[in-house]
Design a protein around this ligand. Structure first.
Ligand SMILES: [Zn+2]
Length: 224
């Protein structure tokens, strides 16, 4: 019950951040006065990592995803609709959408959830999540494998080729931001997969994150 109460207190802090971003008028009373409630510490989402158990994370996840994907339209230039999974490394342009950081793209349904995750990341840390990779063509995957050897999956087997993976900058998958991602990423369906953990079935790749349900549906391989 304590953890649930923490969720109830914390959630308006996230809503307030969104309201501030959306408000067209710069001047006015502090948001805390408008809302008529004492303002929680802005670091509440970080402290949740300590207090929430899995059940309350899922409960909060439902609220966050509902707000993000239904009321916020986080990726207005992306339909989010995928009519066919296509072929690894050969996805048609019609199923790809731009991420916030050029030149990276991913599959449309993955991009919509990533934009929502990035909105919350920006609210927490004041800037976009930093990326180093997204969708890769067969040629791009072959070039990476030539450069990185066994650390890169063979062309045609990487989840980057399905447009269902991103690689994250070291600044963001470590430390405070890394702990935040570990907590909030799964809310939006994203995780560093077990095979990429230290001692996992594949190479240790803490930077590699996947859109987990879609990857499971394809049952693709392991590796960068
Ligand atoms: Zn990767």
């Amino acid at each position: 019950m304590v953890a649930i109460a923490a969720t109830t207190i914390a959630y308006p802090a996230l809503e307030r951040t969104t309201a501030v971003e959306a408000a067209p008028v710069a001047a006015g009373p502090p948001v805390s006065e408008v809302l008529g409630a004492p303002a929680p510490e802005p670091t509440v989402p970080e402290s949740l990592a300590v207090t929430l158990d899995q059940v309350t994370i899922e409960r909060r996840g439902v609220e966050l995803v509902s707000r993000s994907l239904v009321t916020r339209d986080p990726a207005p230039k992306c339909s989010g609709v995928v009519t066919s999974p296509g072929h690894n490394g050969r996805l048609p342009a019609s199923v790809l959408c731009d991420l916030w950081q050029a030149p990276y793209q991913d599959r449309a349904d993955a991009v919509v959830t990533l934009f929502a995750l990035n909105d919350d990341f920006r609210a927490a840390f004041g800037r976009d999540l930093c990326l180093t990779s997204g969708y890769r063509t067969l040629e791009q995957q072959a070039a990476l494998r030539a450069a990185k050897g066994g650390l890169a999956a063979p062309p045609g087997t990487s989840n980057h080729g399905w447009g269902l993976a991103i690689d994250i900058c070291e600044s963001d998958y470590t430390g405070e931001r890394g702990r935040w991602l570990d907590e909030v990423g799964p809310v939006y369906g994203w995780a560093n997969p077990p095979w990429a953990h230290r001692g996992g079935a594949g190479p240790y790749e803490p930077w590699h994150w996947e859109f987990t349900d879609a990857v499971a549906a394809i049952d693709s391989g392991t590796g960068e």
